[in-house]
Design a protein around this ligand. Structure first.
Ligand code: UD1
Length: 426
């Protein structure tokens, strides 16, 4: 399995192109199941999870053709077409590898009237159940049963519009409900809907496919069902997690980098934290300029929240930054239990972090030390890369496949701006 080696201490200068968002691309690809007409997606990042989603869709008879773009950060184009659905079962072996596979549940049910999808099971970041997805589909009239680790659902007469009120915010359950409601008969109102930009992006694509949706970007989304959806083309929005991760790479390593092809509003909660920590962040015509020169970062406390709050997917990277800051910060994780797996690895690099329940208390040290570390999940792995940029000596990140799931050509993007980083194929 590949490793990534980083020699810390280099400042970063230049430009990093930001790719399309993984978390938007995955549900957008699934939306192809809702119609027998083609769906063309551009700015799709070239990532392991995206390739995996294409394989899952092929399993249901969807054709999925990928054309890469030559330029760094522009990913490629997927032409997807679900002219005939040849299957409606997603096996355990498929779903256990990627939780986002569960997003096929609502669209399969809406289009074919039945679906059998394996429960995702436990995963490294907490229990992560799918009860809200199931309740939403039941509200739309599906008969849902659990048997042998599978969710089996039927809606022979089609789904019917309903009021779906989520008890708390779930990105995936909102996406499943939104996609299914586009083909349900009558009006669906989704209350306490997630407001993440990826949901807005999905809603825009569904609208381009002929869906009738209002309230996107608010916590109350209204969908008036239509009989069928049609062909459309859609460009995936920029990846806000990649944007935030590279912004923090500059904050931790120092230097000045323009992040291009992205938008400041996608990382609205991170910008004031970075500024308070001593990093300059300014919006440019094409993205964001991030710079830190001279002084050591200052400690700032933060708590994760659903959008527009500070994202859980940036928590590990922010902790790496705070591990080098002057002072003590409290970082609270409110979305997932057990999302501090990066802490023991950061400790190996000389960080001073104590975990108390859902809060990590981070006292910055003047210098981290390079060490061999183990990537445990996608976002945790990127925090170790960031820590390696600031550490003295050599850091080797093992189990890099986690990074390949969510960061397109990470080592190439960082080495272009001056980081001493390389992939060691094994
Ligand atoms: C999505 C993102 C992930 C991000 C997360 C939170 C994708 C592909 N993944 O994951 O990167 O970290 O949002 O921003 O977009 N929950 C339940 N029951 C449910 C569903 C969720 O209890 O039926 C809980 C989860 O365990 C978690 C919380 O709700 O504690 C939020 O999860 P959710 O927003 O659903 O995350 P995902 O959609 O899985």
């Amino acid at each position: 399995m590949d490793k990534i080696r980083i020699r810390g201490g280099a400042r970063l200068n230049g430009e990093i192109p930001i790719s399309g968002a993984k978390n938007a691309a995955l549900p957008l690809m699934v939306a192809a199941l809702l119609t027998d007409a083609p769906l063309t997606l551009t700015n799709v990042p070239k990532l392991a999870d995206v390739a995996f989603m294409a394989d899952l869709l092929r399993h249901f008879g969807v054709t999925a053709e990928w054309t890469p773009e030559a330029a760094l950060g522009q990913g490629g184009r997927y032409e997807l077409c679900a002219a005939d659905l040849t299957g409606t079962t997603a096996d355990y072996d498929i779903v256990r590898k990627m939780r986002a596979s569960f997003l096929v549940f609502g669209p399969l049910l809406a289009r074919a009237g039945h679906a059998k999808v394996s429960l995702p099971g436990g995963c490294a970041i907490g229990a992560r159940p799918v009860d809200l997805h199931l309740k939403a589909l039941e509200a739309l009239g599906a008969k849902v049963e659990l048997a042998d680790g599978y969710v089996i659902a039927e809606a022979p007469g089609g789904l019917k519009g309903a009021n779906i009120a989520f008890p708390f915010v779930s990105v995936g359950a909102t996406e499943n409900a939104l996609m299914a409601a586009t083909l349900a008969e009558g009006r669906t109102v989704i209350s306490n809907a997630a407001r993440e930009p990826e949901i807005d992006d999905l809603g825009r694509c569904l609208t381009a496919m002929g869906a009738r949706i209002s309230g996107l970007g608010t916590s109350s989304i209204v969908v008036d069902g239509v009989k069928s959806l049609h062909a459309a083309a859609h460009a995936v929005l920029p990846d806000r997690i990649e944007t935030g991760t590279y912004a923090m790479a500059v904050a931790i390593a120092g230097g000045a980098v323009e992040l291009t092809g992205t938008r400041a509003d996608l990382v609205g909660a991170l910008i004031p934290l970075l500024k308070e920590a001593g990093t300059d962040v300014t919006a440019t015509n094409n993205g964001l300029m991030v710079a830190r020169n001279g002084v050591r970062p200052t400690s700032v406390s933060a708590a994760t929240e659903p959008f527009p709050g500070f994202p859980t997917d940036l928590q590990a990277q922010f902790m790496a930054l705070m591990a080098t800051a002057e002072g003590t910060s409290h970082i609270r994780e409110t979305i997932f239990e057990n999302r501090f797996m990066h802490v023991p690895e950061l400790l190996r690099m000389g960080a001073n972090i104590k975990v108390d329940g859902d809060t990590a208390i981070v006292t910055g040290v003047p210098r981290l030390n390079g060490a061999p570390v183990m990537a445990t999940d996608l976002r945790a792995s990127s925090s170790l890369v960031l820590a390696g940029l600031a550490a003295e000596g050599e850091t080797v990140v093992n189990r890099v496949y986690h990074l390949d799931r969510g960061f397109e050509r990470l080592e190439e993007k960082l080495s272009r701006v001056g980081a001493d980083i390389e992939r060691l194929p094994v």
